[in-house]
Write a protein that binds this ligand. Structure first.
Ligand SMILES: CC(C)(COP(=O)(O)OP(=O)(O)OC[C@H]1O[C@@H](n2cnc3c(N)ncnc32)[C@H](O)[C@@H]1OP(=O)(O)O)[C@@H](O)C(=O)NCCC(=O)NCCS
Length: 161
């Protein structure tokens, strides 16, 4: 299935983004390295199929570093996540970014696999970092994927030439 397109987020997407973030990440606020990111106010990429939104990547560029703040595919295993990452790489190269980086958590083995299969390398492991995130985002659940306790942050990066 390759009949979807990727475009940049616009104002009309806001309501859908807020709902998706609440459904998938417990709120619109994502915490990485102790920083609160209000996803509804950040740039992003949306996958569209038959006018329906089926994937979202939210990002933030700072000092020529591009951080993926969140990534969600609503139809898994058909290339939506890969297409969003590919578009992110193109935008980052155009913007002279040196690298793309992303934080995931210890329970998210699917994401660890997904990013490494796409050339991202594990850069750092922040043990117990979620303790601090919970102070900033009390709605963060204790248990994550497969009932594993969400405890650590793992940083992955892809260097750009
Ligand atoms: C991680 C995530 C974004 C991946 O999205 P996805 O849309 O399933 O990703 P893709 O479809 O591009 O790739 C998944 C697999 O499907 C395969 N695939 C892609 N297109 C395909 C196609 N047309 N036919 C068959 N298989 C295909 C890919 O090869 C890939 O396998 P690989 O990793 O062995 O290469 C998705 O699982 C998700 O939303 N997870 C929950 C949120 C999350 O954890 N986000 C990441 C942390 S920020």
């Amino acid at each position: 299935m390759n009949d979807f397109t990727i475009r940049e987020v616009n104002e009309n997407d806001k309501k859908w983004i807020i709902q998706l973030m609440e459904d998938e990440w417990a709120s619109t606020r994502i915490i990485t390295r102790g920083i609160v990111h209000n996803t509804e106010n950040l740039p992003g990429l949306i996958a569209i199929q038959n006018k329906k939104r089926i994937g979202l990547l939210i990002y933030n560029v700072k000092d020529y570093d591009c951080e993926i703040i969140s990534l969600n595919s609503l139809i898994k295993g058909v290339g939506i996540g890969s297409a969003l990452i590919q578009k992110m790489i193109e935008i980052s190269i155009k913007g002279d970014c040196k690298r793309i980086w992303v934080i995931t958590t210890n329970d998210n083995t699917e994401a660890l696999r997904f990013y490494q299969m796409r050339g991202f390398k594990i850069k750092a492991f922040y043990i117990d970092a979620i303790k601090k995130s919970r102070q900033l985002k009390p709605e963060l659940p204790l248990l994550g994927i497969d009932g594993i306790e969400i405890r650590d942050e793992i940083e992955l990066e892809k260097e750009l030439k």
